[in-house]
Design a binder for this molecule. Structure first.
Ligand SMILES: Cc1cc2nc3c(=O)[nH]c(=O)nc-3n(C[C@H](O)[C@H](O)[C@H](O)COP(=O)(O)O)c2cc1C
Length: 297
């Protein structure tokens, strides 16, 4: 009799333990599963998006907040309204009785209105007027002689992109022209880079706010963008725009330039760049067209 009682106490205890443990486990699983339907979004001004919490327990209460109500508002049901271009974070707080509040976020890049979208191709190109065989094999500047005049490699690609995308074209013209011999150009580039200079630009993009996508092209100089490109990025406001970098080079590829643009323009969508080896410039049309079509971020 006594033995029977002991067994039934042990069984009851075990069942209780299993129930408690499975309860804790399922709570942990639910907490871990709680997720927003989007953690990163791109929205155009004037559009709305319904955010929601995945695997939300029935009795949980969700409250929503926007980090910047001028850029985007969020309703009590999680509907986000994009109001002005820029970065904004939507916070959702999930409360369940007796439990710690769980916090989730969604980062949103808000771009200008869809109907004001135009594309611009901006480039800097500085071909040297020397015979190509006289140039340094690894790092020389170049010239693509598809026309009678010297044409820079980057210039050639910029023109192709502009044709293909029906975009306006803007050539960055330095206030102080670069020398057209390789040695002198290298000397000046080294000095500009060493002193982190911002060489002045002579011309201006007309009303940059009309463009929502900007292809930006440059030759690689000394494993980086020429310093004049830093002047360009310092000059204009690219908040909420799409920047699509491309470069021509003599072996270094993009050389970390896309990551540097991302640091310069944290509130901008910077796409995966394209690097064209200088001697392949005029043979790269199909590669460039494919890259344009893909538009990879
Ligand atoms: C001053 C200078 C420095 C360069 N440094 C590099 C380099 O570090 N890495 C590289 O791959 N190419 C380098 N190049 C080669 C150019 O990136 C390449 O020739 C490019 O296609 C030139 O473009 P452009 O004709 O549009 O000016 C350098 C060229 C010059 C003039």
């Amino acid at each position: 009799m006594r033995q029977k009682r002991t067994i039934s106490i042990i069984v009851t205890f075990l069942i209780a333990a299993i129930l408690i443990l499975s309860g804790i486990h399922s709570e942990t699983v639910i907490a871990a599963k709680l997720k927003l339907n989007q953690q990163n979004l791109t929205m155009a001004v004037g559009t709305t998006y319904q955010l929601s919490v995945k695997s939300l327990p029935k009795k949980a209460v969700v409250t929503w907040n926007s980090s910047n109500k001028k850029r985007a508002t969020v309703s009590k049901n999680g509907v986000v309204k994009a109001k002005a271009a820029g970065l904004v974070t939507i916070h959702s707080n999930i409360k369940q009785s007796g439990k710690k509040t769980k916090k989730l976020t969604c980062k949103i890049i808000i771009t200008k209105k869809e109907n004001t979208r135009k594309t611009l191709v901006v480039y800097f190109s500085a071909p040297v007027a020397e015979r190509s065989e006289q140039l340094d094999g690894i790092s020389s500047a170049s010239r693509t002689t598809t026309t009678k005049n010297y044409k820079g490699n980057t210039e050639y690609i910029a023109e192709l992109i502009s044709k293909e995308t029906n975009a306006d074209l803007f050539k960055i013209v330095p206030q102080n022209a670069y020398p057209n011999t390789y040695d002198k150009m290298l000397q000046r580039a080294e000095q500009e880079q060493e002193n982190n200079e911002r060489p002045a630009i002579k011309n201006k993009v007309n009303n940059i706010s009309q463009y929502d996508t900007i292809y930006v092209g440059y030759p690689i100089w000394l494993s980086d963008m020429p310093q004049i490109m830093y002047t360009f990025f310092d000059t204009y406001d690219f908040i909420g725009k799409n920047i699509i970098p491309f470069c021509t080079h003599g072996g270094s590829g993009l050389s970390g330039s896309v990551e540097r643009i991302k640091i310069l323009e944290p509130q901008t969508i910077v796409y995966k760049g394209l690097a064209i080896y200088r001697t392949y410039t005029t043979n790269s049309d199909s590669k460039i067209k494919l890259w344009i079509a893909k538009k990879e971020k």
